[in-house]
Design a protein around this ligand. Structure first.
Ligand SMILES: [Zn+2]
Length: 336
């Protein structure tokens, strides 16, 4: 079938209408896309930041849509179900990672924008294992960012053993960071936001978060944090941040610093067992747990919502850092 999308046809080119062909297999569902995000990772893909972009590039990584057709082998999903789709859209189901429920490490996985077109389209065809049914209170634009960014931070929090009353800092408060703060606060953690952005500092303080300016010398916070979740792209003085951790504390990176991470090894091994770890999206189980948790605790993104025809303007705003947390694109039929 024909799918009507918007794509960048070359590196950093503006988005233009683009039609591609894809057929439904017995393992797939056809989704009528309702909402999708455009974020900094779309800007990076369009600009070939990782050197693996193939053009035309259809952006959009978190998607909410309705199943309008299903293949014969899509057990558990029905026509009319509203589903969320994130970055990963295929796994082999046979390798050690798939068999142990860690599909996000499958070496044959497929991802949106690398192997499959993204969600800035009228429809998407997705393997049923990666279309996740969502409850009614998440069937709205502000829930869209949960399916990639939300999964990534939820998985990082859960898989690093975060528990109630732990002291956790989020470094960089944007698309991922602001969702991490919401999850952590709802879990009863002592939650700290590290940001130097004046508007965000005011907004976060108003929402009841502890805010630390990275220009602070951190003396009063030394050796007090259980986890620091880095969601930024900024280069840090890593020694300064490692010195914030208690023994056995961790820094978990879900963002990409622009330059190499350099630190004094003694901060990991002298009188401590500090760790620097990373996290990549989450498993199918993490996704199902995250959806249940977000629904129960009413966690939604602070999203700015735009109509589809403003997609190019939104990408410019994202590029300029003018979107405070995340943008969601909606109202597809106005342009097609
Ligand atoms: Zn596999």
């Amino acid at each position: 079938m024909q799918i009507n999308a918007w794509a960048a046809l070359a590196k950093n080119a503006p988005l233009t209408p683009f039609v591609y062909e894809k057929e439904l297999t017995p393992e797939d569902v056809l989704i009528k896309v309702k909402y999708r995000t455009l974020s900094n990772s779309d800007v990076l893909f369009i600009g070939d930041f990782w050197g693996n972009t193939k053009y035309p590039l259809v952006p959009g990584e978190d998607i909410i849509g309705e199943i309008v057709k299903r293949g014969d082998r899509t057990k558990g999903l029905e026509i009319g179900d509203v589903v969320g789709v994130g970055y990963q859209v295929y796994c082999c189901g046979l390798c050690e990672w798939c068999k142990s429920g860690l599909e996000q490490f499958c070496r044959k996985q497929k991802n949106l924008r690398i192997h499959e077109h993204g969600g800035l389209a009228d429809f998407m065809i997705v393997n049923h294992k990666f279309a996740f049914k969502i409850p009614e209170n998440l069937q709205r634009p502000e829930a869209t960012p949960l399916f990639c960014g939300g999964l990534t931070v939820y998985s990082a929090i859960i898989n690093n053993g975060v528990a109630k009353d732990m002291k956790v800092g989020v470094v960089g408060i944007g698309r991922l960071g602001h969702l991490a703060l919401k999850f952590l606060k709802s879990m009863g953690c002592q939650t700290y936001a590290f940001t130097s952005n004046t508007d965000k500092k005011t907004d976060l303080a108003k929402k009841g978060y502890n805010v630390i300016d990275p220009k602070n010398d951190f003396t009063e916070y030394k050796e007090s944090f259980d986890l620091l979740l880095y969601t930024s792209t900024a280069d840090l003085d890593w020694n300064k941040y490692l010195s914030l951790l208690r023994p056995v504390g961790k820094i978990c990176l879900v963002g990409f610093p622009q330059n190499r991470v350099q630190f004094y090894a003694g901060l990991l091994n002298d009188y401590s067992r500090r760790q620097i770890v990373g996290n990549f999206i989450g498993s199918r189980k993490d996704m199902i747990d995250m959806i249940g948790y977000a629904s129960k605790h009413k966690i939604l993104a602070d999203a700015e919502i735009f109509p589809y025809q403003k997609s190019n303007e939104v990408l410019s705003l994202v590029r300029d850092g003018a979107i405070q947390y995340i943008s969601v694109i909606t109202k597809l039929k106005e342009i097609l």
